[in-house]
Design a protein around this ligand. Structure first.
Ligand SMILES: [Zn+2]
Ligand SMILES: [Zn+2]
Length: 257
């Protein structure tokens, strides 16, 4: 069995596929997925999916790229995260790729998410792009290690992975890992302990090889696991078992296999 620790199946192109999407997940032995919240406005759709499907969980957060829409307080995040299907806070973090001026509001919002995660004792789902130094610094300053979480769609250096793991975070690899030119990410996936690795699709984006450039979906997550197995010289089953166990340990759901 495989688990997809990060997907956006509430987004239009995937939501439009209805039950066929879940059938393909089952055929690919992908047993669970977390539908990640990116805004307060889209949260009802995320929660509805998690309510309708026993194997889909939800997270609550506002993505660092989102400039419009509600910017929730700590109390508001805690209140929304009380929903029984919500297992994490995020995605949150910093994205300086689209915001070259490195705005303070992103760091403030990120701090609020960490504070909310600590209040409700749920792990964090972290997005970082061209901002690793600030992300690690803020994780430390806000004592995110008390709840831990996952660095999603990891594309940073081994040094950043080590700093994140020291703060009680897992490292999650997406389809990018299967891209030929992803040398640095492949090195990280081969080097860090298997006990700290998660897998994800980040669908509908970043489809793994051999579907690169196409619409991504949770049933493709085994391709990420296969690349980890190849890089480490271990079996696919070993990667599937470890990443599934790590998922249930981090999100405190289900039974570890
Ligand atoms: Zn992200
Ligand atoms: Zn995402």
């Amino acid at each position: 069995m495989f688990v997809d620790s990060h997907c956006h199946i509430d987004f239009e192109d995937l939501a439009a596929q209805g039950s066929a999407l879940f059938e393909r997940m089952a055929q690919a032995h992908v047993s669970h997925a977390v539908c990640i919240g990116v805004s307060i406005e889209s949260l009802p759709n995320v929660l509805a999916l998690a309510e309708q499907h026993e194997h889909i969980f939800a997270s609550v957060g506002v993505h660092p790229e989102y400039t419009e829409g509600e910017d929730p307080s700590v109390e508001r995040l805690v209140e929304l995260a009380a929903h029984p299907r919500v297992i994490a806070i995020g995605e949150t973090g910093l994205d300086y790729y689209w915001h070259k001026d490195r705005p303070e509001w992103q760091r403030e919002r990120f701090r609020r998410h960490i504070q909310a995660a600590r209040v409700c004792n749920k792990p964090l789902v972290i997005h970082t792009r061209e901002a690793a130094e600030d992300v690690v610094r803020i994780l430390r300053e806000e004592q995110a290690a008390k709840v831990g979480g996952v660095m999603h769609c990891f594309t940073e250096t081994l040094a950043v992975a080590e700093q994140a793991m020291a703060e009680n975070f897992y490292i999650s690899f997406s389809g990018i890992l299967t891209f030929k030119n992803a040398t640095q990410i492949k090195e990280v996936a081969a080097a860090i302990p298997l006990e700290r690795i998660l897998i994800e699709t980040d669908s509908p984006y970043l489809a793994p090889v051999p579907y690169r450039g196409k619409l991504n979906e949770p049933s493709y997550v085994p391709y990420v696991a296969a690349e980890i197995a190849r890089l480490r010289g271990i079996s696919l089953e070993e990667v599937a078992d470890a990443t599934t166990r790590n998922f249930f340990t981090l999100f405190k759901v289900g039974e570890p296999i």
